[in-house]
Structure formats: structure tokens, C-alpha cells
Design a protein around this ligand. Structure first.
Ligand code: GLC
Length: 474
């Protein structure tokens, strides 16, 4: 079987969030189980392309509206990453540094998807499954299903995996001429509330829709940034498959970024990571270390962090450390910097994205805080558990599928916060401080969560089952 994954992000080439981790890991596990799994994504002017030369490339010209663009599809063999990789470099559009945030993102990702469809059309051996991830590739099932040019591809099953339904890639009908030609009666497939909505188009056109956790699938029918009715309507072809984590890359015993490697038998060595963090950030190693790692966006609840920190120190008088690692919303960054002086010695932050530091923080923190309002799967809680940091999470999306509250009895794996406000998060942190003081319980739980198997094996098998159900039918 040959699967082609299409995505805007893939670790280690370009990462903004968890999407990259998933698209960087799943193909490796698929390859290991005997499936040919390849990734095609936009080119970005980042370290990866500076360090790795492609083994070859194909070239062509693309028409987007009235503009013509020259492009190259760079090819990397399996030796580089464990799966074949293709980078779409469209000169003037996808030869930039950043993944998102250009005023012409609609043009970038529409052009990218047209090149991908052409690329598949020209491939001698065609994929048996086209697997799209999020809205940056979700027009492809429409192209292959309905556009004249790609008629030869219409029998290849398409899958759309939703990693985040908040972003849908909307654009107006004045840009409809960017798309390949299709029969007039298919215009409605593009539409959602009077706009062209690539994510909605993908949900309607793909043969199967998956979400990155089972619970998120149910949640989307109630709360999906306007797509609730559509997801209800397409429920029959949808399923939730929980993400795994790359447990070879994320292995505290071998992790090259950690200051001190450890496993559950040598868990004492974990402390050296905490000590390093506390020294680096002027925190107290004798008190619990509660960390947050993530983008500062409303979905992640990061706007509540400064208020929560104020609350736990000024009102609850908790004896703990808090460390925040991330970047994003300017107001959140400012509020987190503003309180630094006031809580010196027990609170600090690192504004930015730093993969290496993130690994150390998982390997040295006692607790990892994730007060997300929306969390389709969440990988950080799984990284944390594998590294022996107890998750403090909200009760949404994949967090609900992966963390059980200590109050539920022996199987408990963390602290669940049932409401998202500074007050409730503060209360959850208070529970964490109590847990920290109960040495026996704390130590038992750390080992217990490190034992959880969050690898890709099980989920990769579920994807294969789904692929087979589609290829056997066709
Ligand atoms: C997105 C979601 C996150 C999920 C990740 C990978 O970043 O916000 O919850 O874990 O995609 O699927």
C-alpha cells in the first residue's frame, strides 16, 4: 500500500504545533509496518533545507488566476527521515521562511494544493490513499473528486484528518478562479455560509474524515467554529483516532537534549533536570515545579496564565514555582512579563519557541499545566507523562481521552480542571501542591504515568484498518 500525506507542517522540516509532530511520526510507523508512506508539503526557507540536499527535483509552471508561477518539487529519499519527502517550492509563494502569516496565504496554499494534484497526476505509481491534514490540503479531495483536470484521480480514496477545526482557510468568491475548473453544479461543495471554506469543502468531499481523538469528534458536533451541522451530517464517514507520540524521539533514557537521562528505574536522575531549570530560571528546587509549554492563543487558555499566577501567589499563598514557555499573543506576552519582578524566585518565563528547552522542561518539571479551551488531541500531556511530569489538564478533546483524574481511583493519571477560569486553574494547582507533598503517592504516580504506552503502534494500526476498508471497496 502507498499512502501520500499532504500537510503544511512536518517535524523536523517545519513545526508550529502538534500537526508537525504527527505528520513527522506517523509515516515512520507506517513504513515500519510495511506500508509505503510519503509526505508532500510546502518548501520553507529553514534549517532543514540548508542542511539537506535533495536527491532530485521535478519542475513545472502553475497558473493561479492570471499569474503564472515557476515551481520545483524537491525530492528526498528515505535515508533522510525514514520516509520519502517532497517539498513544493513555488517561486514567489512558498520560498519563504514562515509557515503561516503572509497576507497571501490563500494564494500560497491554493497554489501548493494545485501543484500537489499535478504532482500526483504525473506520478507513474500513484498513491492508493491521499491523506490530507487540516485546511491547507483539504481542497485536494474536491480537486480529485470534481475537477475535470484530475478526473484520472477520482477513484483514489481521500482522507481528511482534522487536527484543528478552528482554522478553516476561508476566502471569498472573487478568488474562485484560482481553482481548477469544475462543473457549475459543484459550486455548492465549496460553500459554507457564503464563503469558500476549504475545511468544509474537504469534510464534504473526502471519502473519510478523521479527528485526532475520539472525544474531539463528538465535541465538534457541538462546537466547531461554525461547522457543527456539517460534522453532524457527515458523522457516518467520520471517526476519531487518537494520536500517538514518537516514543523513540521522546525517550527520557536517550533524549539528547536532557541534562540527565533517566527511566522509571532511575527516576532519581530526573532531579538533575529540575535543578538545571531552577538554576537557569532562578526558581526554588525544593518546591514543586509547574510548567506550561505552548502557543499563546485563546484555545490554549494562555490568556488566563498571568491572572492565575497572581491568584495562586497572592490569594492562595501557594508554595510553588511556575515556569511558562511559549510565545504568541502580544497582550499575553506582556502580562506574563509584567508580573516577573513581583514574583521573582518563584515564577519565570521564556518567551519564544525552543524545542531543546521544551524537552528539558518535560524532563524536569513536576507538573505540566494545559488549561486548554480547545484541544483536539494534545501531545504535550503525553510527552509529559512519558517524562514523568504529572499533567494538570482541562476536561476537553483529547485531554479527556488521555488523562484520568486522581479522584477516579487507582487508575488516576493526573489532575483534571473542570472549568476554565483563573480560579479553577488555581484550585487545580493547589491540588498539585498537595500531591507533591505526599511523597509516596507522588512517586508512585510518576512511575505509573511513565509506564503508559502512548506510542503510535495502536493508532497506526487503526489508520491501516481504515485505509484497507477504503482500498478493498474500490
Ligand atoms: C493541533 C491540535 C492539537 C493536536 C495536534 C496534532 O495542533 O491543536 O491538540 O494534538 O494538532 O494532531
Amino acid at each position: 500500500m502507498y499512502i501520500l500525506h499532504i500537510s503544511a507542517e512536518c517535524f523536523p522540516i517545519a513545526k508550529v504545533g502538534g500537526l508537525a509532530d504527527v505528520v513527522g511520526a506517523l509515516p515512520k510507523y507506517q513504513e515500519a509496518s510495511g506500508i509505503t508512506s510519503k509526505v508532500i508539503m510546502p518548501f520553507y526557507e529553514k534549517d532543514f533545507v540548508k542542511k539537506h540536499d535533495p536527491i532530485g527535483f521535478t519542475k513545472g509552471n502553475l497558473l493561479l488566476g492570471l499569474e503564472e508561477y515557476y515551481y520545483e518539487v524537491l525530492e528526498y529519499d528515505k535515508k533522510t527521515l525514514g520516509f520519502e519527502l517532497f517539498l513544493v517550492k513555488i517561486f514567489g509563494l512558498t520560498d519563504k521562511e514562515n509557515v503561516y502569516g503572509y497576507p497571501y496565504d490563500v494564494e500560497r496554499f491554493t497554489a501548493f494544493q494545485k501543484v500537489v494534484a499535478d504532482f500526483i497526476l504525473n506520478q507513474e505509481v500513484k498513491p492508493e490513499i491521499i491523506h490530507c491534514h487540516d485546511h491547507h490540503s483539504s481542497l485536494i479531495p474536491f480537486f480529485t473528486g470534481h475537477c475535470y483536470k484530475y478526473n484520472a484521480l477520482k477513484d483514489i480514496p481521500t482522507i481528511l484528518t482534522i487536527h484543528n477545526a478552528q482554522y478553516q482557510g476561508w476566502f471569498g468568491y472573487e478568488k474562485m478562479h484560482y481553482l481548477p475548473e469544475f462543473p457549475a453544479d459543484k459550486k455548492g461543495v465549496l460553500d459554507w455560509y457564503g464563503q469558500i471554506n476549504p475545511l468544509a469543502t474537504g469534510i464534504k468531499s473526502a471519502w473519510k474524515v478523521t479527528t485526532v481523538s475520539p472525544n474531539y469528534l463528538g465535541e465538534l458536533q457541538e462546537k466547531a467554529n461554525g461547522l457543527e451541522a456539517l460534522l453532524k451530517q457527515e458523522n457516518n464517514k467520520s471517526l476519531g483516532i487518537l494520536n500517538g507520540i514518537d516514543d523513540k524521539l521522546w525517550d527520557p533514557k536517550k533524549d539528547k537534549y536532557l541534562k540527565s537521562n533517566f527511566d522509571k528505574k532511575s527516576i532519581k536522575k530526573r532531579q538533575a533536570n529540575k535543578d538545571w531549570i531552577c538554576k537557569e530560571f532562578n526558581l526554588n528546587p525544593d518546591l514543586p515545579l509547574i510548567s506550561f509549554i505552548g502557543r499563546f492563543v485563546h484555545e490554549k487558555g494562555s490568556d488566563l496564565l498571568a491572572e492565575t499566577i497572581n491568584y495562586i501567589f497572592n490569594e492562595l499563598n501557594l508554595k510553588t514555582n511556575v515556569l511558562i514557555l511559549g510565545s504568541g499573543d502580544g497582550q499575553t506576552e506582556r502580562s506574563l512579563n509584567d508580573i516577573k519582578a513581583q514574583f521573582e524566585g518563584k515564577y519565570n518565563n521564556y518567551i519564544g519557541y525552543n524545542e531543546e528547552l521544551a524537552h528539558i522542561v518535560y524532563g524536569g518539571s513536576d507538573f505540566l499545566l494545559m488549561p486548554s479551551r480547545v484541544e483536539p488531541c494534545g501531545l504535550n500531556q503525553m510527552y509529559a507523562m512519558r517524562y514523568g511530569a504529572i499533567p494538570i489538564v482541562s476536561n476537553v478533546g483529547g485531554l479527556k481521552d488521555t488523562v484520568i483524574d486522581f479522584d477516579e481511583g487507582e487508575q488516576g493519571t493526573g489532575i483534571v480542571c473542570y472549568d476554565i477560569s483563573a480560579h479553577e486553574i488555581g484550585f487545580a494547582i493547589k491540588r498539585a501542591v498537595v500531591v507533591y507533598k505526599n511523597k509516596t503517592f507522588f512517586d508512585t504516580k510518576k512511575t505509573q504515568i511513565m509506564n503508559i504506552d502512548s506510542g503510535w503502534k495502536k493508532s497506526a494500526a487503526e489508520y491501516i484498518k481504515m485505509y484497507q476498508s477504503l482500498t478493498l471497496k474500490s
